[in-house]
Design a protein around this ligand. Structure first.
Ligand code: FES
Length: 208
Protein backbone atom coordinates (compact mmCIF):
# COMPACT_ATOMS: atom_id res chain seq x y z
CA UNK A 1 0.00 0.00 0.00
CA UNK A 2 1.28 3.43 -0.97
CA UNK A 3 1.86 6.02 1.73
CA UNK A 4 -0.98 8.14 0.39
CA UNK A 5 -3.41 5.20 0.45
CA UNK A 6 -2.34 4.20 3.94
CA UNK A 7 -2.91 7.75 5.18
CA UNK A 8 -6.34 7.73 3.56
CA UNK A 9 -7.33 4.44 5.21
CA UNK A 10 -6.03 5.55 8.58
CA UNK A 11 -7.87 8.80 8.19
CA UNK A 12 -11.03 6.98 7.36
CA UNK A 13 -10.65 4.61 10.17
CA UNK A 14 -10.25 7.51 12.56
CA UNK A 15 -13.18 9.29 10.98
CA UNK A 16 -15.27 6.17 11.22
CA UNK A 17 -14.70 5.87 14.96
CA UNK A 18 -15.38 9.54 15.67
CA UNK A 19 -18.58 9.53 13.60
CA UNK A 20 -19.92 6.21 14.77
CA UNK A 21 -23.00 5.32 16.76
CA UNK A 22 -23.94 6.39 20.25
CA UNK A 23 -22.50 3.21 21.66
CA UNK A 24 -19.21 4.16 20.20
CA UNK A 25 -19.59 7.67 21.65
CA UNK A 26 -20.36 6.16 25.06
CA UNK A 27 -17.23 4.03 24.75
CA UNK A 28 -15.34 7.18 23.92
CA UNK A 29 -16.79 8.95 26.94
CA UNK A 30 -16.02 5.93 29.08
CA UNK A 31 -12.46 5.96 27.85
CA UNK A 32 -12.22 9.67 28.54
CA UNK A 33 -13.52 9.01 32.02
CA UNK A 34 -11.05 6.21 32.51
CA UNK A 35 -8.22 8.50 31.39
CA UNK A 36 -9.46 11.16 33.80
CA UNK A 37 -9.68 8.59 36.62
CA UNK A 38 -6.15 7.42 35.83
CA UNK A 39 -4.88 11.02 35.87
CA UNK A 40 -6.65 11.66 39.18
CA UNK A 41 -5.19 8.47 40.61
CA UNK A 42 -1.69 9.46 39.52
CA UNK A 43 -2.18 12.93 41.03
CA UNK A 44 -3.34 11.42 44.32
CA UNK A 45 -0.48 8.93 44.32
CA UNK A 46 2.09 11.64 43.65
CA UNK A 47 0.56 13.91 46.28
CA UNK A 48 0.51 11.04 48.78
CA UNK A 49 4.12 10.20 48.02
CA UNK A 50 5.15 13.81 48.54
CA UNK A 51 3.18 13.88 51.80
CA UNK A 52 4.73 10.65 53.04
CA UNK A 53 8.21 11.94 52.20
CA UNK A 54 7.50 15.27 53.88
CA UNK A 55 6.18 13.65 57.04
CA UNK A 56 8.36 10.56 56.93
CA UNK A 57 11.73 12.23 56.39
CA UNK A 58 11.91 13.86 59.82
CA UNK A 59 10.65 10.66 61.41
CA UNK A 60 13.29 8.63 59.59
CA UNK A 61 15.93 11.22 60.48
CA UNK A 62 14.78 11.10 64.09
CA UNK A 63 14.91 7.31 64.10
CA UNK A 64 18.40 7.45 62.66
CA UNK A 65 19.42 9.91 65.35
CA UNK A 66 18.07 7.64 68.07
CA UNK A 67 19.45 4.48 66.54
CA UNK A 68 22.82 5.84 65.46
CA UNK A 69 24.60 5.07 68.73
CA UNK A 70 23.36 1.50 68.45
CA UNK A 71 25.14 1.10 65.14
CA UNK A 72 28.33 2.89 65.99
CA UNK A 73 31.47 0.91 66.56
CA UNK A 74 32.21 0.36 70.20
CA UNK A 75 35.13 2.35 71.56
CA UNK A 76 35.63 0.10 74.53
CA UNK A 77 36.55 -3.54 74.82
CA UNK A 78 39.84 -3.16 72.91
CA UNK A 79 43.29 -3.99 74.19
CA UNK A 80 45.68 -1.06 74.50
CA UNK A 81 49.43 -1.43 74.87
CA UNK A 82 50.41 0.76 77.81
CA UNK A 83 53.90 0.06 79.05
CA UNK A 84 56.31 -2.75 79.91
CA UNK A 85 56.05 -4.96 82.98
CA UNK A 86 59.45 -3.87 84.24
CA UNK A 87 58.34 -0.24 84.61
CA UNK A 88 55.43 -1.10 86.90
CA UNK A 89 55.50 -0.65 90.67
CA UNK A 90 53.29 -1.66 93.59
CA UNK A 91 51.99 1.85 93.72
CA UNK A 92 49.43 2.17 90.91
CA UNK A 93 50.35 4.27 87.91
CA UNK A 94 47.75 6.08 85.91
CA UNK A 95 47.50 5.81 82.12
CA UNK A 96 45.30 7.67 79.68
CA UNK A 97 43.60 5.77 76.90
CA UNK A 98 43.77 7.64 73.61
CA UNK A 99 41.79 6.59 70.59
CA UNK A 100 39.42 7.92 67.97
CA UNK A 101 36.39 9.30 69.72
CA UNK A 102 33.06 8.69 68.03
CA UNK A 103 29.64 10.04 68.73
CA UNK A 104 26.55 9.50 66.63
CA UNK A 105 27.87 11.44 63.66
CA UNK A 106 31.52 12.38 63.99
CA UNK A 107 34.91 10.83 64.66
CA UNK A 108 37.60 12.87 66.38
CA UNK A 109 41.07 11.34 66.11
CA UNK A 110 43.45 10.91 69.07
CA UNK A 111 41.15 11.87 71.91
CA UNK A 112 41.34 10.79 75.51
CA UNK A 113 38.53 8.30 75.95
CA UNK A 114 39.33 7.22 79.49
CA UNK A 115 42.03 6.30 81.98
CA UNK A 116 43.04 3.47 84.27
CA UNK A 117 45.51 2.44 86.94
CA UNK A 118 48.06 -0.35 86.57
CA UNK A 119 50.32 -1.86 89.24
CA UNK A 120 52.45 -4.93 89.80
CA UNK A 121 52.45 -7.06 92.95
CA UNK A 122 55.08 -9.77 92.71
CA UNK A 123 54.47 -11.38 89.34
CA UNK A 124 50.87 -10.25 89.18
CA UNK A 125 49.84 -7.23 87.15
CA UNK A 126 46.57 -5.53 88.13
CA UNK A 127 44.57 -2.87 86.31
CA UNK A 128 41.56 -0.85 87.49
CA UNK A 129 39.28 1.61 85.82
CA UNK A 130 39.81 5.14 87.10
CA UNK A 131 36.10 5.95 87.47
CA UNK A 132 34.33 5.29 90.74
CA UNK A 133 31.70 2.53 90.46
CA UNK A 134 29.33 4.61 92.61
CA UNK A 135 28.62 7.51 90.25
CA UNK A 136 31.64 7.81 87.99
CA UNK A 137 33.84 10.39 89.73
CA UNK A 138 37.55 10.22 89.07
CA UNK A 139 39.40 8.04 91.56
CA UNK A 140 42.46 9.61 93.19
CA UNK A 141 45.49 8.27 95.05
CA UNK A 142 46.30 9.79 98.43
CA UNK A 143 47.16 9.16 102.05
CA UNK A 144 44.01 8.51 104.04
CA UNK A 145 43.02 6.82 107.25
CA UNK A 146 42.33 3.19 106.59
CA UNK A 147 38.91 2.63 108.18
CA UNK A 148 39.76 -0.99 108.85
CA UNK A 149 43.17 -0.54 110.52
CA UNK A 150 43.00 3.09 111.65
CA UNK A 151 46.40 3.71 110.06
CA UNK A 152 47.19 6.44 107.60
CA UNK A 153 48.25 4.87 104.35
CA UNK A 154 48.19 5.42 100.64
CA UNK A 155 45.09 4.17 98.94
CA UNK A 156 42.56 4.89 96.25
CA UNK A 157 39.79 7.25 97.27
CA UNK A 158 36.88 8.99 95.65
CA UNK A 159 36.57 12.72 96.43
CA UNK A 160 32.86 12.86 95.63
CA UNK A 161 31.36 10.77 98.44
CA UNK A 162 34.46 9.71 100.36
CA UNK A 163 34.68 6.08 99.30
CA UNK A 164 38.03 4.39 99.98
CA UNK A 165 39.63 1.45 98.22
CA UNK A 166 42.87 -0.42 98.83
CA UNK A 167 45.46 -0.57 96.06
CA UNK A 168 44.17 -4.00 95.07
CA UNK A 169 40.79 -2.39 94.36
CA UNK A 170 38.88 -3.66 97.41
CA UNK A 171 36.27 -1.44 99.02
CA UNK A 172 37.30 -0.23 102.47
CA UNK A 173 34.26 1.93 103.18
CA UNK A 174 31.87 4.40 101.63
CA UNK A 175 28.91 4.24 99.33
CA UNK A 176 30.41 2.49 96.33
CA UNK A 177 28.27 -0.57 95.60
CA UNK A 178 31.26 -2.66 94.49
CA UNK A 179 35.05 -2.82 94.37
CA UNK A 180 36.92 -0.85 91.75
CA UNK A 181 36.37 -2.31 88.30
CA UNK A 182 39.30 -4.52 87.40
CA UNK A 183 40.34 -4.74 83.75
CA UNK A 184 41.58 -7.69 81.75
CA UNK A 185 45.33 -7.83 81.14
CA UNK A 186 47.56 -9.56 78.62
CA UNK A 187 51.34 -9.66 78.74
CA UNK A 188 52.97 -9.89 75.33
CA UNK A 189 56.78 -10.02 75.20
CA UNK A 190 57.01 -7.94 78.35
CA UNK A 191 54.44 -5.41 77.13
CA UNK A 192 51.34 -4.78 79.21
CA UNK A 193 48.10 -4.71 77.26
CA UNK A 194 44.89 -3.79 79.03
CA UNK A 195 41.36 -4.25 77.77
CA UNK A 196 39.65 -0.95 78.36
CA UNK A 197 35.94 -1.20 79.12
CA UNK A 198 33.32 1.01 80.74
CA UNK A 199 30.94 -0.39 83.31
CA UNK A 200 27.57 0.63 84.69
CA UNK A 201 27.69 2.88 87.73
CA UNK A 202 25.65 2.49 90.89
CA UNK A 203 24.94 -1.24 90.84
CA UNK A 204 26.52 -4.10 92.74
CA UNK A 205 27.13 -6.13 89.61
CA UNK A 206 30.09 -5.27 87.39
CA UNK A 207 28.35 -4.97 84.07
CA UNK A 208 29.19 -3.23 80.77
S1 FES B 1 31.10 8.81 92.97
FE1 FES B 1 32.65 7.90 94.15
S2 FES B 1 31.75 7.67 96.08
FE2 FES B 1 30.21 8.56 94.92
Amino acid sequence: MSRKNRETVLGESTATVSNNTGTTNLDTETKKGQHADRRDFIKVAVASGVGICAVGAPICAGARMVLAPVFQESQTGRFYSLTTVETLTEKPQKFAIVDNKRDAWTTLPNQKIGSLFVRKVGDEVQAFHSLCPHAGCMIQIGTKKNPQTGNNEEMFYCPCHAAHFSFDGKRLDGVSPRDLDSLEIKIDNGKVLVKFENFTFGITEKRS
